[in-house]
Design a protein around this ligand. Sequence first.
Ligand code: SF4
Ligand code: SF4
Length: 345
Amino acid sequence: MKVTTRLTRTLRIARKIAWAILNRNHPVLVHLIPMRRCNLACSYCNEYDAVSRPVATEVMLARIDKLAVLGTAVLTFSGGEPMLHPDLDKLVVRARERGLFVTLITNGYYLSQERIEKLNAAGLDHLQISVDNLEPDESSMKSLRLLEPKLKWLSEHADFTVAINSVVGSGIRNPDDALIVARRARELGFMSSIGIIHDDRGQLRALGAREMRVYDELRGFSRRSILRFNHLFQDNLARGVGNDWSCRAGARYLYVDEAGLVSYCSQQRGQPGIPLLDYGKADIKREYGTKKSCAAYCTVNCVQQTAILDNWRSPQKALAMLPIKAPRLPSAPAPAPPPDRVLAG
Ligand code: SF4
Ligand code: SF4
């Protein structure tokens, strides 16, 4: 990556962080879904289908314009698999034209040298890939072996920054795989992040002894790790301890699904369920001050990271009662689990 590109990007994000701290009346991070369909079918995921069509490009462009009007700082294309959208590059270009910092969460299967160059040309700022294991298994095909060529192309050609997310928690067969994935990320000059497995409502499932050892070792990689921004949250969750924080979803973080509805997050879809094109400053103000009953054991990393900007100010007074579950500790007898989910963002 060119030094000038890196410097310009650092300046842009620094300005956005400063603006987010000074002004609380706009979204800091939005996850926007251009495509619910995915080419994979990870067993822990319920954020995809196998049939849906891409959202029409004109509709997506109108949503991006609206997010710019709301003052969004960072826009992340997520899915499903967003790279299945035929006009993803156009969407990235429009978001950059509207002054947004643009990122992409992908399973990486559609990356090629040519595709990476096109994303460079479109102006993508950052890309995140989850790598779940070393070898593909019945729960995930996102293995280091299959993705290794793509990761090498990214390290050679990408003008955008790259982060590799690895996961720990029950349901992952070999927790030690996450260490090898994080080491490989470091060798390739990428950032790394770690996701803790959560249940079907984004709620905590505490780590067992083996996973905890891996988690502690991953913490040691913190220099180039996204984990460093919210390690206290993550440390508590790994140990099954809740966090006292104000979830600002619906205000500082928005999840906009393929139907264009604003939800709190991928784990609370349909709440508040207001069309993005009708969403306004009054909604942002209301949700900023609304406590979410699912906050204590929430594992949704990106919303927690966003909340750090506001933790020092205004307590929340209203309350949104959302579905929650008590944390399941590793020693507790567990009923048959629902499909697990890991949030990549
Ligand atoms: S986790 Fe990602 S790659 Fe796997 S099925 Fe869900 S959307 Fe697709
Ligand atoms: S606390 Fe916020 S981010 Fe976490 S599950 Fe609830 S609404 Fe979503």
